[in-house]
Design a protein around this ligand. Structure first.
Ligand code: GLC
Ligand code: MG
Length: 581
């Protein structure tokens, strides 16, 4: 009797931990390109240097097109390639309709588009609407109050404090921890707003001319054949009109007053007008689609509170972006996180998306530590199984397919302004240089990235072993990645439902099933001990013997191995994709 009760309780626990969170699509569902493809972010300065100046460029990218057919990627996102003084490495644009010399010419760009399209690969441009460079002619003329540029930016006289000293109009802070987001301009005798670097003045979207200029620039690139945009800092476009002070953040004890996160950003991000503007850009792209039937994608970057992030999707009558990036694996998940936290994160995004919208899974980007460093190099394969086999669009940061780590960059080599702003004691916490190192192609000098003497950032000392050429030779992260990009094309993944499981404290699992197609079960051990897994109570319909379809490099298994559903050993940080066929 006692035995039976225990058994029942056990079953109950299993049921509680197992959830059907996505019921799949019916046979008539025909996914659009952006729902099928993987979006691969190329950090242009670090991908491939064709002219030996130590900086990656457009020709380099064009030369390497076959890398993408090899790994099964058919959409690339290029970080900004427009004319720039490069203070924020391209995120400070001085002409929206020109290519920066460092990256090549307009004809290099046209060539890239033609070549990639020939291979069936889509091109997404990173577009920066929130601010320009202070070297942009609009800003120069705005400083001089030359019409119509006078109010292209956000200018203010400031206020006088009790001693009669001039001060910025409020307490708003720059994202890059340099202090006030307002900078005094001697020539114009006013402050201007810069939510990022002082070399990146914020545009004034309350000025219809600015709205028009940006729309025109987007159209310019559509006409040159791009397939969509990643909109940078998409949540920053408007600030509240009344310029109220922002409230102090709750947990700001370890922060300096100049640290951006010491305040809650209630007045400088996610304003109602911001959402409206995105809707108009979506309309522009949808209109453009009419020309040839191919969707032009709108993806937005925002590190906003969850509910505000969801609103960037818009809804079926007033659509916003195709999706806002899902940064939950960056913000809400770390080395301490357990299986239940991972389950919650998946469930939260899928269940809270507005009706009819599509999920996406971002593992990393040029602003955050790489997955191999943020978690563990051995978890890379498991995380790829996670993002490739869940419903939704996976987003890959260049180099993560190789499982490379961050490259340490000394203080004296540091060039990221956000890190320079905080000084040698704290720079390691803020610097983005280590995640932007040159891509390791092969064993040769500079990992085959450049034939020049020097590279703009140091090449990883690991390149002698972790590079494309070497990973082609053995059981590697690269090979796992390729297996997964292939596997995700199967109907079970395009159409199937999704169950998620917390199998033990540290083992997260999910399964995908679709009518009479094979079911797949993914198991990921986040922990640091070996785990013995029994799947019997978790999914009763599973056959007794399952086959290993994909295995992480550290798992001890290879594709084709058979396992009993009642006894599966999973090493620390190992992951398996099992199938019923
Ligand atoms: C975005 C970019 C980041 C850049 C910032 C300012 O967050 O990803 O790299 O520095 O916007 O444009
Ligand atoms: Mg170059």
């Amino acid at each position: 009797m006692i035995k039976e009760i225990i058994f029942l309780v056990l079953i109950l626990i299993q049921i509680i931990n197992c959830e059907l969170i996505y019921s799949g699509q019916d046979a008539s569902f025909n996914p659009d390109w952006w729902q099928k493809e993987i979006i691969y972010q190329i950090y242009v300065r670090s991908f491939k240097d064709s002219d030996g100046d130590g900086i990656g460029d457009l020709r380099g990218i064009t030369e390497q097109v076959e890398h993408f057919s090899n790994i099964g990627v058919s959409a690339i996102w290029l970080t900004p390639i427009y004319q720039t003084p490069g203070v924020d490495f391209g995120y400070d644009i001085s002409d929206f309709e020109r290519i920066d010399e460092t990256f090549g010419t307009m004809s290099d760009f046209d060539n890239l588009v033609v070549t990639y399209h020939r291979y069936g690969i889509k091109i997404i441009l990173d577009f920066v609407p929130n601010h320009t460079s202070d070297k942009h002619v609009w800003f120069k003329k705005s400083v001089q109050r030359i019409a119509p540029y006078t109010d292209y930016y956000i200018w203010h006289d400031g206020i006088k404090n009790s001693e009669g000293k001039r001060m910025p109009p409020n307490n708003w802070l720059s994202v890059f921890n340099s202090g006030s987001a307002w900078k005094w301009n001697e020539q114009r005798n006013q402050y201007y707003l810069h939510q990022f670097l002082e070399e990146q003045p914020d545009l004034n979207f309350r000025n219809p001319n600015v709205v028009h200029e940006i729309r025109k620039a987007l159209y310019f690139w559509l006409e040159r054949g791009v397939d969509g945009f990643r909109l940078d800092s998409a949540n920053f476009l408007f600030e509240s009109k009344d310029l109220s002070n922002e409230p102090k953040a709750e947990n700001n004890t370890n922060m300096k007053d100049t640290d951006y996160y010491s305040l809650n950003h209630t007045y400088t991000i996610d304003q109602p007008e911001t959402y409206e503007l995105h809707h108009t850009w979506r309309e522009l792209l949808d209109e453009y689609k009419e020309k040839d039937g191919s969707t032009r994608l709108l993806v937005v970057e925002c590190y906003s509170p969850f509910n505000q992030t969801m609103k960037y999707y818009g809804n079926s009558t007033v659509p916003g972006a195709h999706f806002p990036f899902n940064f939950m694996l960056i913000i809400n998940f770390n080395r301490q996180s357990n299986a239940n936290q991972l389950q919650t994160l998946v469930t939260k995004w899928i269940k809270n998306m507005p009706k009819g919208m599509w999920p996406n899974w971002v593992l990393g980007n040029h602003d955050n530590s790489r997955i191999a460093s943020r978690f563990d190099p051995m978890l890379v394969d498991g995380l790829h199984m996670f993002q490739m086999l869940l419903p939704g669009t996976p987003v890959t940061y260049y180099g993560d397919e190789l499982g490379i780590r961050d490259t340490f960059v000394r203080w004296d080599q540091t060039i990221d302004k956000g890190a320079l702003n905080v000084g040698p004691e704290r720079y390691e916490k803020f610097t983005r240089d280590p995640v932007r190192a040159p891509f390791p192609w092969n064993y040769s000098i500079h990992g085959g990235f450049s034939y020049g003497e020097k590279t703009w950032l140091p090449v990883s000392p690991d390149y002698w072993k972790d590079n494309v050429q070497s990973e082609e030779k053995y059981k590697s992260h690269l090979k796992t990645y390729k297996q997964l990009t292939d596997l995700r094309k199967k109907p079970t993944f395009t159409h199937g439902n999704l169950h998620v499981y917390t199998i033990s404290d540290w083992v997260f699992g999910f399964s995908r099933s679709y009518t009479d197609h094979p079911t797949y079960v993914v198991l990921i051990n986040l922990g640091s001990e070996m785990e013995i897994i029994n799947l019997r109570h978790i999914r009763r319909s599973l056959p007794e013997i399952l086959m290993v379809k994909v295995s992480s490099i550290n798992s001890g298994f290879v594709t084709g191995n058979l396992v009993s559903r009642e006894y599966i050993t999973l090493r620390p940080k190992a992951a398996l994709t099992l199938t019923t066929s």
